[in-house]
Write a protein that binds this ligand. Structure first.
Ligand code: SF4
Length: 335
């Protein structure tokens, strides 16, 4: 059985979309799967792992990694022949350090991990040796940490995620996450989104906009939730095409007649070239709050962060958000 483990801090009521996607894909493929969400304050110490799960997939986070190490050791002490892999942005970024600090971890899967994990579990269950050749594009291990490639999920195969672990468990949650894209073209020097410690790999993949709306409607029908948090690093990406895609998504939502409320992220520079109509349209589609990443208005800082945002653009964005009564938070980076 595949055991997914999400280790969280402060019991943040936030869905882990990537693990939920893997959970959905595994279920669709009839792979026995279980999902554990462990709070570092309450659950990690008491967590018990029987022998029924033999393939573990832990989502690594910079705030919780050391707790994950303890879990991995616990898993291996109960079931030494189990396979343990680490996944997620932080695991991709800091794979060398993680493999060094926790010798009990078998593999780190770099980049998007849904398909590789499933393939590995299938081979493992079939008694086949996990051979690097089949997963060469994305795996590093204690034996070989020299892999230079990371995996990207083909978002055309992105499933409708209805098994919402957090929403199933906690009926009080009134916000659902939705993923409309992965990656980022922002390329900010301080961000781990597109980096491994020695490789930079800028990439962005958008999901079909009809699929995004269908998932929102399906989540609404199942959980009666109307507020959606877009997990995307920025809701609008990839230049002119990004604006067209966003406008089309807004049109679809407006035409559907559903009254959703949307919270999302934007890079300040992503607003370049926005028409007044696009600001009005996102409001009509239900965008109620945006976290706007400005990072800095100081030219030297901007250069350091690989950003270029003029004060005029920032002023225009703030004016338009105020005019359209869209709430906003501003993100700055202070070192
Ligand atoms: S825009 Fe945001 S997500 Fe993208 S690289 Fe910059 S900080 Fe990271």
């Amino acid at each position: 059985m595949l055991q997914l483990v999400d280790v969280v801090k402060d019991n943040l009521l936030k869905e882990n979309m990537q693990l939920e996607v893997l959970y959905t894909i595994a279920k669709k493929a009839d792979c026995p799967v279980n999902y554990l969400r462990l709070d570092i304050e309450k659950d990690v110490i008491d967590a018990e792992f029987g022998k029924c799960a033999n393939f573990f997939c832990l989502y690594f986070d910079e705030n919780t990694a050391r707790y994950s190490y303890d879990l991995v050791r616990k898993i291996k002490s109960v079931n030494p022949s189990s396979n343990v892999c680490g996944v997620g942005y932080f695991a991709t970024y800091a794979y060398k350090k993680i493999l060094e600090e926790c010798q009990e971890i078998d593999y780190i899967i770099m980049g998007e991990f849904e398909e590789p994990v499933l393939s590995m579990v299938r081979d493992f269950e079939a008694g086949k040796e996990i051979k690097y050749s089949e997963y060469l594009y994305c795996i590093v291990s204690q034996k070989d940490a020299s892999n230079k490639k990371i995996n990207r999920l083909d978002l055309k195969n992105y499933p409708k995620v209805l098994d919402r672990i957090l929403l199933n468990k906690n009926k009080k949650i009134r916000i659902a996450s939705v993923e409309g894209s992965r990656g980022c073209i922002g390329n900010c020097t301080f961000c781990a989104m597109n980096y491994r410690d020695d490789i930079k790999d800028v990439n962005w993949t958008g999901r079909d906009i009809k699929d995004i709306l269908n998932e929102m409607i399906a989540v609404y029908e199942k959980y009666k939730i109307k507020v959606f948090l877009f997990a995307d690093s920025a809701i609008e990406m990839a230049g002119e095409k990004g604006k067209i895609r966003l406008e089309q998504l807004c049109d679809l939502i407006i035409k559907s007649g559903y009254k959703f409320s949307i919270i999302c992220n934007m890079r300040a520079s992503g607003f370049k070239g926005w028409s007044d109509r696009l600001f009005e349209k996102i409001k009509l589609a239900g965008v109620s709050e945006i976290l706007v990443g400005i990072e800095s208005v100081n030219r030297d800082d901007q250069k350091l962060y690989n950003k270029s945002i003029s004060k005029e653009l920032i002023k225009k964005v703030i004016d338009q958000l105020n005019k359209n009564e869209i709430e906003y938070q501003i993100g700055f980076i202070f070192f």
